[in-house]
Each structure stands twice: as structure tokens, then as C-alpha cells.
Design a protein around this ligand. Structure first.
Ligand SMILES: [Fe+2]
Length: 296
């Protein structure tokens, strides 16, 4: 069983927090959450205090990624597993915990992507007022599957797969494999979402993060968001369907230069029975997503 239960938040740094605020409401259709200011933007997508955060900084990249753990015992067990694997684990300070809107957390640096990972207990929920999309969207499928997925860059895909499955109990959903070369990407699950975390090997990538996916409740919200991004000239790909998670989606650029994916209708996995799959990028039924292989 996975030590973490779901993806809780993704926070980046940006030189343009005010641009992000405009983008969050006008393009993402999300809601600026309480306690935001000019140096820290909290963005709400459901009943959590925030799912996306943007901190003022010089670098336009991911700052840290938060993962829910189910209990204090799970938090301690995960920290012990990391420690046993030779990974330094640090407790977050009370000030940092208040900033993340969690009760407590520990953090470590992902040995494969260099991204700070935070294992958190008690990420704040806001029951009322309810999440209110800033444009006409039906909302997002989150709940027990978490906010969506995050895809990071790593050079050693097999190593990352091994680390997250052995140390933190993720399951491998599949590898995108290049015959005679090796895996180009790995997709990992910690609940029934096909992947909450993935790593991709793109030599020369400018950032540590490639994209974050939100799953829309309605297929029309993928289409309408695509039209909106087309109008603004910020699409990164055309619409398409992925062969591993079967999602219908498209990608679009954010003010920091990395990407969001809005997707609808992915297949789920049963973590108890799933067997890792392997697919060749050039085969299968996938269509569309023109531009994906050039997206860095
Ligand atoms: Fe994705």
C-alpha cells in the first residue's frame, strides 16, 4: 500500500505573481483563495484551501509538491522508510506548516528530479463557502484521487520508478518504453487515479516540472478551455487521447512557461490488482496531442 494517499498541492515560484493571478481566474477558471497577497498566490480548485500555489521568486519553476498521508503513523512510517533508504528527511517548521495550511509535514528532496517533496498531514479543507469557478466550469474530479497529477523531469526513469515503488509504495501503472533503449517515462499511482506522479526523460529540459493535470467533470470544459487557449495563443498541443490513461485532453502554457493539462474521462486502476504495463510511443490507439513531443 502506498505511504501517501493522494497528491495534495503543487506550488511554484514565479517572477510574475500578478500575471498568475489573472491567468488563474481568466484561463484556469479557478478561484483565488483566502490569504493570498502580492508575494504568495493560493489557488483553489475544490474544497481544499489551495491546490496550486505561486510564490514570488526569480526562478519560474516548481518549488515543492505536497502529498497527503493518512495519519501520523503513516507520516512516521514514510519518514522512516526514506531514512532507511539514505534520504535526508526534515520536519517542516510550525511557520512552514501554517503557510502550507497543514497540521504538520516532513520534506525531502526527490533524488531523481531534485524537487522538494512534502508529506503532509491535515491539509486544510474549506467547506463553506464552496469552491466557485471563476468562469463557467462544472468543476474537477478530485476527492480521494487527489488534485490530479504532476509530471517532473528525471534522467533516470528506471531508478525513479524503483525508488517511489520500493520506498513510498507507489505502484507502476506503466512505462513508455523505447525498445533496445529503455524507459522514456514512468507513470505511478498511489490510489485509483492512473497516475498521480510521473517522470519523463527530456535531456536539456529548462525546468524540473513539465505539467500538472486537472480532471474536468465535463468533456465540454476541455473543449471550451481549448477554444479559450486557442484564442489567447497559449495552447501547447492540440486535443488528443492518451493511450495509457485513455484521457481526452490538451495542454496549455502558464505564465511560468510550464504547462497545464485539462483532461476528461481517464480510466482508473485498481492498485490491489494492477500489473505494470509497457507501451511503445509509436503504437496503440492514441490520437492527437500534436506538439506533445516538443513540449518542454
Ligand atoms: Fe498528463
Amino acid at each position: 500500500m502506498a505511504a501517501v494517499s493522494q497528491l495534495s498541492y503543487v506550488v511554484g515560484t514565479s517572477s510574475d505573481v500578478s500575471g498568475w493571478k489573472k491567468y488563474a481566474t481568466e484561463v484556469l477558471g479557478l478561484e483565488v483563495s483566502r490569504d493570498s497577497d502580492d508575494s504568495l498566490l493560493y489557488v483553489r480548485a475544490d474544497d481544499r484551501h489551495h491546490r496550486i500555489g505561486v510564490r514570488a521568486g526569480h526562478e519560474d519553476d516548481v518549488a515543492y509538491v505536497g502529498w497527503d498521508v493518512a495519519s501520523k503513523a503513516a507520516l512516521e512510517a514514510a519518514a522512516a522508510q526514506l531514512d532507511a533508504a539514505g534520504v535526508e528527511v526534515t520536519a517542516g517548521t510550525p511557520e512552514e506548516a501554517a503557510d502550507r495550511r497543514v497540521m504538520e509535514f516532513v520534506h525531502f528532496t526527490c533524488p531523481y528530479s531534485g524537487v522538494r517533496m512534502e508529506l503532509v498531514l491535515g491539509h486544510e479543507k474549506i467547506f463553506m463557502p464552496r469552491f466557485h469557478p471563476s468562469r463557467d466550469l462544472a468543476g474537477f474530479n478530485t476527492g480521494e484521487m487527489g488534485m490530479g497529477h504532476v509530471v517532473l523531469y528525471a534522467a533516470d526513469i528506471a531508478g525513479a520508478a524503483d525508488f517511489y515503488s520500493r520506498v513510498l509504495g507507489f505502484g507502476v501503472s506503466d512505462f513508455a518504453n523505447i525498445p533496445k533503449v529503455g524507459p522514456f517515462a514512468v507513470f505511478l499511482h498511489c490510489n485509483t487515479r492512473h497516475h498521480s506522479l510521473a517522470f519523463m526523460n527530456i535531456p536539456g529540459a529548462q525546468r524540473r516540472i513539465q505539467h500538472v493535470m486537472f480532471e474536468t467533470v465535463s468533456i465540454d470544459d476541455v473543449g471550451r478551455s481549448y477554444d479559450l487557449c486557442l484564442d489567447r495563443g497559449i495552447t501547447s498541443t492540440s486535443t488528443g487521447r492518451h493511450q495509457n490513461d485513455h484521457v481526452f485532453s490538451f495542454y496549455f502554457r502558464n505564465p511560468s512557461g510550464w504547462h497545464f493539462e485539462y483532461g476528461w474521462g481517464p480510466r482508473m486502476v485498481d492498485p490491489e490488482t494492477w500489473t505494470a504495463e509497457n507501451y511503445d510511443l509509436s503504437s496503440g490507439f492514441a490520437w492527437g496531442h500534436d506538439g506533445l513531443m516538443k513540449m518542454v
